[in-house]
Design a binder for this molecule. Structure first.
Ligand code: 5AD
Ligand code: SF4
Length: 450
């Protein structure tokens, strides 16, 4: 007799790699009879896949756990079970502390151990005690997952090719929560890309905390960087578009820049965080590059791929940042002209070098800087979007829109685009005449004429 169907609810916080990890958690749970559900109510297993990058990340998780505790009690009163798991980077950073503060939690596991989820669940069930697994096991977690075959419905999918970071920017927890830099073997990535393409995926976004530091090996033992990986994945039938994120300026090599010039499947959009525009602050951040290095790099990329849309990440109010340092960041932004960007107010992460630095910037000052930077970035994004009106862009149609007959797709520059059309167009790339620009998206219609 088949085991009765159980339900799992995975709540994902933070970055795209967590989105990918959540998919893979569902993959490993499917053979155990767990079907996906999209609310905690009615779930036999709830997994919070957490992120530790943002301020008060752990506090938000504890407050969510408070709500889940009540739900668990209600289910128990009805004779139903509900196991609660905390995964991801908060799990890695907090470990046992989670069980101490929230004894309702049954399972804590870090980003490097989710392939062991079935074993961890069994151990918890057998012992009736909370299980905490926050190690960096030597085995390759991706290898343990390679046979998973979950149904893929999306046109665009993430594929993790690299994980972890050895750069140790002084503000960042990633090297501690995701561990040392690791590249997945080429054959494994190609097999997963083929499987995704066969399931209808047309666009792959290659993920890594330092994706352009990717270093694999081909069958002949030849070193393969991200450029060669992109070139190989482009030849897989069905794969029409490729993107990669997030890159570090120091790993942006000539071969990768050349791919942007030569490979029409590699989209003209690049997320290349700089964090700050002052060399003094970049040094204190341990970024390993100057503002000048970054600007020179962008000039090179634009020479190879004119019109490429640039995106970035910024931190304001890093310890010791003066008004002049902040003006240097604004100056850099004015030179680059970003199509989109993410900007944050610095907040200390326990255990990182910057959290102990003197001269933390007062909160109101940092907030004022953030607002000023965001106004400038918003102005640039609006200008970039407005310049698309009247152009014909190739749109990869992804899904139906909210209104009847409406479709939503993505431009090469990662903008959401609304258009009218049949559902049969989903999965196709169609030339679209852009007619207007809204707050967060463009609108247009099929064809090249107005
Ligand atoms: N404070 C503020 N922003 C941070 N980021 C990373 N750590 C911190 C921190 N301690 C930002 C960086 C990074 C992005 C993912 O989050 O800009 O590129
Ligand atoms: Fe964090 Fe990125 Fe710096 Fe690595 S390169 S430490 S992930 S900000």
């Amino acid at each position: 007799m088949d085991a009765p169907a159980k339900k799992v609810f995975v709540k994902t916080y933070g970055c795209q790699m967590n989105v990918y990890d959540s998919t893979r958690m569902r993959d490993v749970l499917a053979p155990l009879g767990y079907a996906e559900t999209d609310t905690a109510e009615g779930a036999d297993l709830v997994i919070l896949n957490t992120c530790h990058i943002r301020e008060k990340a752990a506090e938000k998780v504890y407050s969510e756990l408070g709500k889940l505790k009540r739900l668990k009690r209600e289910r128990h009163a009805k004779g139903q079970e509900m196991r609660i798991a905390v995964a991801g980077c908060v799990a890695q950073a907090e470990g046992e502390e989670i069980i101490r503060r929230a004894p309702t939690v049954d399972l804590v596991f870090g980003p490097q151990t989710y392939h062991r989820l079935p074993a961890l669940l069994a151990r918890q069930e057998d012992t009736g005690r909370a299980v905490v697994e926050a190690e960096f096991p030597a085995e390759d977690k991706f290898a343990g997952l390679s046979t998973a075959k979950s149904p893929v419905r999306a046109v665009s999918a993430f594929l993790t090719v690299q994980e972890g970071c050895d750069k140790f920017c002084t503000f960042c927890v990633v090297p501690y929560t995701r561990g040392a830099e690791f590249s997945r073997p080429l054959a494994q990535i190609e097999a997963e890309a083929r499987r995704l393409a066969e399931a209808g995926v047309r666009e792959l976004t290659l993920l890594g905390q330092n994706v352009n530091a990717y270093h694999g090996e081909d069958q002949q033992g030849q070193a393969i960087g991200l450029a060669a990986l992109v070139a190989r994945l482009s030849s897989i039938p069905g794969i029409e578009r490729l993107r990669y994120t997030t890159s570090h300026p120091r790993d942006m090599d000539q071969a990768l820049i050349a791919q942007h010039a030569e490979n029409p499947k590699l989209m003209p959009y690049l997320h290349l965080p700089v964090q700050a525009g002052s060399d003094r602050i970049l040094k204190a951040m341990n970024r390993g590059h100057t503002a000048g290095d970054y600007l020179k790099l962008i000039a090179k990329i634009r020479a190879a791929c004119p019109g490429i849309a640039m995106s970035g990440d910024f931190i304001v109010g890093f310890p010791g940042e003066t008004d002049a340092d902040f003006r240097a960041t604004l100056g850099l932004v004015r030179e680059v002209h970003y199509a989109s960007a993410f900007s944050f107010k610095y907040s200390p992460r326990p255990g990182t070098p910057a959290s102990d630095m003197k001269a933390q910037v007062p909160e109101p000052e940092a907030l004022a800087r953030l607002h000023e930077l965001q106004a400038l970035l918003h102005e640039q994004q609006t200008a970039f979007n407005a310049a698309c009106v009247g152009r014909t862009l190739d749109i990869l149609v992804e899904k139906p829109g909210r209104d009847p007959g409406q479709l939503v797709g993505k431009s090469p520059y990662l903008q959401a685009v609304h258009l009218q059309g049949e559902k049969a167009l989903i999965g196709q790339i169609i030339p679209t005449h852009i007619t207007s620009v809204g707050r967060n998206s463009l609108s247009g219609h099929y064809g090249t004429t107005a």
